[in-house]
Design a protein around this ligand. Structure first.
Ligand code: AMP
Ligand code: ZN
Length: 137
């Protein structure tokens, strides 16, 4: 993908603060970090999102996520992490090359990830689970 900024980073056409790479994945510091140590993990092979990736790359990316989490834990000792994947523009995906954010977290760091904003009845949850399950192979 010629115009993809993360492909350009993979090809070293633009620089990055790389913390780890192997044949299939690359991990580098986010240039506009939510917190200190905010890192992105990407597959080297271009894929817009998880539905475009093969099993191998998904496994390799999350193996690298584990390596980076362990590295950040040892290096900067945060209390926890958010592992975040924004899928689609509406969800905040700006760069259309799959990336997993690894965001070190500490008490009082001011980052807020809100959830639990919608309520469904037990019946709605039951029906929804059946409907979704029917579409998962
Ligand atoms: P998203 O909103 O999930 O697509 O996240 C894109 C992320 O990429 C943002 O957190 C940006 O700060 C980060 N980013 C954009 N360009 C670069 C770059 N050249 N090097 C490192 N991180 C970048
Ligand atoms: Zn790309």
């Amino acid at each position: 993908m010629e115009d993809c900024i993360f492909c350009k980073i993979v090809n070293a056409d633009i620089p990055s603060f790389t913390v780890y790479q192997d044949n299939d994945t690359l991990a580098f510091l986010d240039i506009n970090p939510d917190t200190r140590g905010h890192t992105l993990v990407i597959p080297k092979k271009h894929a817009e999102n998880i539905t475009d990736m093969d099993d191998r790359d998904i496994a390799f990316v999350f193996r690298t996520v584990r390596k980076v989490v362990r590295g950040l834990q040892a290096a900067i000792e945060p209390e926890g992490f958010n592992l975040v994947v924004n899928h689609g523009e509406v969800a905040g995906q700006i760069i259309p090359h799959f990336h997993c954010h690894i965001i070190p977290r500490n008490t009082g760091d001011g980052i807020e990830y809100k959830s639990g904003g919608s309520t469904l009845s037990t019946q709605e949850l039951e029906e929804l689970a059946v409907k979704v399950a029917e579409h998962i192979h």
